[in-house]
Design a protein around this ligand. Sequence first.
Ligand code: HEC
Length: 123
Amino acid sequence: MNKTVLAGLMMVAAMGVQADEEMQAAAGQQVFAQRCHACHSEDTSKNTFGPSLTGVVGRKAASLPRFAYSDAMKASGLTWTEDNLRLWVTDNEKLVPGTRMRHVAITDKAEQDYLISFLKTLK
Ligand code: HEC
């Protein structure tokens, strides 16, 4: 295979991956709209019933100013890595006993993937 063909194939593959991520994020937006949006705004300037989730991936738990976190969340010492976000949406009360967030149980791995792809777009 010559180099031009190879480069072309690699580009198509890269575009495929990107389209895939966009589709996942779009699916995640649906999950978010149904399961999270009632309490969480996508707008960074807004804490609603729950804290803003803009930039949440990689953020330290309970780190937003002007949001009244529970003592449990403040003491959790967590960082919202993808793994911790998975545990959180699987069973938030198990991860942080005493949290003020109502119990959620998103146990479907694909649904979690979509949701996390979407949360990553909130910058
Ligand atoms: C019934 C309202 C409600 C729903 C629904 C809800 N949350 Fe929350 N969420 C909260 C509250 C309140 C807190 C603060 C919890 C605390 O301080 O203990 C919170 C905290 C969080 C945090 C920690 C943020 C930080 O700054 O440390 C994350 C992450 C989060 N929620 C994600 C989600 C996701 C993802 C969903 C949807 C699957 C969701 N939440 C659904 C109310 C809600």
